[in-house]
Design a protein around this ligand. Structure first.
Ligand code: ATP
Ligand code: MG
Length: 389
């Protein structure tokens, strides 16, 4: 018996002009995520085909790759009825089902039994060997049999992929990744639309701990399962942050701090030929995320700022965090640089002119240079991923 995993492409089928690029990127991403496993990948314009030593592990990983609409495991045996019966017994005993339907497609017209009749015979065999019923309208399991090239190809239900676009079709952008619940979800949603991401984390030791940094690396390694290729740029933010607290009036420290983060992220994006900044801001969630705050903070850059969770409720964000496996890590209680020295009354409707006034009280250009020049870049590889998880 031969086993092949068939992959049907997702949304990319609607983008005819870019099809070739989409498929190549998808193949690259699959190779990256299956790295370390024993498998062979082939593809054409309609499907991909994988033969693998460990089908289950490959299918698990494929279910995290954007650009895949569905996955089908196809079994091939010689067109010998005993071999077909044995195969059906073996694969159906691993399934839980009460109802089924057999569908036959006879591509090889020299095969002597017509499709309908063959489906009926195979249905009879299944009824004899398993306690179940036929349901032609809404079966729990469809047994698909294709007869061609002197062989039977058998497959059961399709396994749903996660859809979206292959990561990388939109080039690369920078995710501001904190240890919270929102930004990993924002990263996941950006990847889903085909945006490849690098992450940037602002740390302020000794005010923030090594555990806080490791938590961010762990979150990056969890979303790396959807990307296969993530780097985290850690910005030493302590000096700049201390200068802000020394010079800026209390209500404005968060606004100014976030403007500094945006300035650093923007410069990094431009110097590294990326396209946009992605973050986990959600409208109205905290003082710095009112629309007036966002507008004043946003005004330090011309880059597009993508906020994938901007209009989601916290509970909706938590649902996604649970689904992608980041929630439990996100709620570990380590302080982020945004939560240390939090002012009692952060301004809710900051003004641009007041920001400029506060920023004129100290010289920050050289501090920004220092942050950028001392970035530590950590690449999440499969090996590091295993150690972190
Ligand atoms: P999260 O749950 O993602 O931490 P939050 O609701 O706590 O978000 P803020 O702390 O105001 O919100 O931060 C808003 C966004 O700014 C975050 O989602 C993240 O994208 C970015 N951000 C905040 N702190 C940092 C940091 N230390 N390093 C990198 N990005 C950060
Ligand atoms: Mg946060």
């Amino acid at each position: 018996m031969e086993k092949t995993i068939l992959i049907k492409y997702g949304e990319l089928t609607t983008k005819k002009g870019n099809r070739g690029t989409f498929i190549k990127l998808l193949a690259r991403n699959i190779n990256s995520i299956l790295n370390g496993l024993d498998y062979k990948l082939k593809y054409d314009r309609v499907r991909m085909y994988i033969e693998a030593a460990d089908t289950n592990e490959v299918v698990n990983r494929l279910q995290k790759i954007f650009g895949i609409h569905s996955i089908v495991i196809s079994y091939k045996v010689n067109n010998n009825i005993d071999e077909l019966h044995n195969l059906l017994k073996e694969i159906l005993k691993q399934e839980k089902f009460n109802t089924f339907k057999v569908e036959t497609n006879r591509a090889d017209k020299s095969f002597p039994i017509p499709s309908m009749e063959f489906s009926r015979q195979i249905g009879g065999f299944i009824l004899k060997n398993f306690s179940c019923k036929v349901d032609v309208h809404n079966p729990e399991i469809r047994v698909n049999i294709e007869i061609r090239n002197n062989s039977f190809y058998v497959s059961l239900n399709e396994i749903k992929g996660i859809g979206g676009y292959p990561v990388g079709v939109q080039g690369k952008s920078l995710l501001m990744l904190s240890g919270g619940i929102d930004s990993p979800v924002a990263g996941y949603l950006a990847l889903k639309r085909g945006i490849d991401i690098d992450c940037m984390y602002f740390e302020s030791p000794p005010h923030t701990s090594l555990e806080a940094k490791n938590k961010v690396l762990k979150l990056a390694s969890i979303i790396n399962a959807y990307s296969g290729n993530i780097r985290v740029h850690v910005v030493p933010f302590t000096k700049l942050q201390e200068e802000i607290y020394k010079n800026v009036r209390d209500e404005y420290v968060i606004t100014i701090m976030r403007r500094m983060m945006y300035r650093i992220a923007s410069r990094f994006v431009q110097e590294n030929h990326m396209h946009a900044i992605i973050n986990g801001e959600s409208v109205g969630q905290v003082a710095s995320q009112t629309l007036t705050s966002m507008s004043v903070i946003n005004s330090v850059t011309n880059l597009p700022i993508i906020r994938p969770v901007a209009c989601l409720d916290k509970l909706e964000i938590i649902d996604i965090a649970n689904k992608i496996g980041t929630y439990e890590t996100s709620i570990l209680p380590y302080e982020d640089c945004c939560t240390i020295f939090l002012p009692k009354h952060p301004v809710i409707n900051p003004e641009q002119s007041k920001c400029l006034f506060e920023e004129s009280k100290f010289s920050f250009d050289n501090l920004i240079d220092e942050c950028i020049n001392n970035i530590e870049t950590i690449t999440i590889t499969n090996k590091e991923k295993n150690e972190l998880l």
